[in-house]
Design a protein around this ligand. Sequence first.
Ligand code: NAD
Length: 215
Amino acid sequence: MATNKNCIVRISRYKNALTRLKSLGFVKVFSSNLADATGTSSAQVRKDFSLFGITGNKRGGYNIDDLVEQMNTIFGKHEVHKVIIVGFGNIGKALMSYKGFEKESIKIDAAFDIDSSKVNEKAEIPVYPFEKLEEYIQENRIKLGVISVPDVAAQQVFEVMKRAGIKGVLNFAPINLGSSDEVVINNINLEMELENLIYYVIAAEKNKAQNNNDI
Ligand SMILES: NC(=O)c1ccc[n+]([C@@H]2O[C@H](COP(=O)([O-])OP(=O)(O)OC[C@H]3O[C@@H](n4cnc5c(N)ncnc54)[C@H](O)[C@@H]3O)[C@@H](O)[C@H]2O)c1
């Protein structure tokens, strides 16, 4: 299936919009409603739906429950996905205490850290020493991992994860982990996102000042 990240992000946005519309009492929705709610066009919504084989009666509108069900299948929501976190610092702790993952069928299963003062194997969600990472992934057939260690340690952590059989990594460290055929890597570079945001804010301010001068 020819899909790209933008398309997946849009499907995720449609799903959020559908949940909102449903909570407002709507039963059916048109592609134009989803387009308005997510800032895209009706044609794009229909194109994304057809790419993912999402079906529905376009004339009478799509049934919201049917759409959500089909999107849940796309996002693998019918089974619980276990995730491990490597690096139990600011980001690792924040992710572990976030309650919103559960409703998305995501279970933070354990964390790992090199610092023995952070290890707590008896906690509700245990924190193990880093040396146990490889064995834990293999024994528990973990497919998803978060890297939240400093950049200098990220590559080494990634290699251990890959060797143990991890299939998807969410990487918070601001380094390029190098591509891999066996592992899908999603990089979250917060500095870059903020830099990007700052650029657009400055550009918008310049634009406004220019327009004011033109009047
Ligand atoms: N906190 C933020 O707001 C923020 C923003 C942008 C980027 N990041 C990036 O995210 C990553 C995590 O940031 P943070 O603020 O949570 O860092 P942190 O220093 O609070 O935590 C990092 C943790 O990783 C552990 N660690 C170090 N080497 C390890 C190894 N080899 N194996 C296992 N654990 C190891 C440390 O003991 C520590 O507990 C960093 O790469 C950072 O650059 C963080």
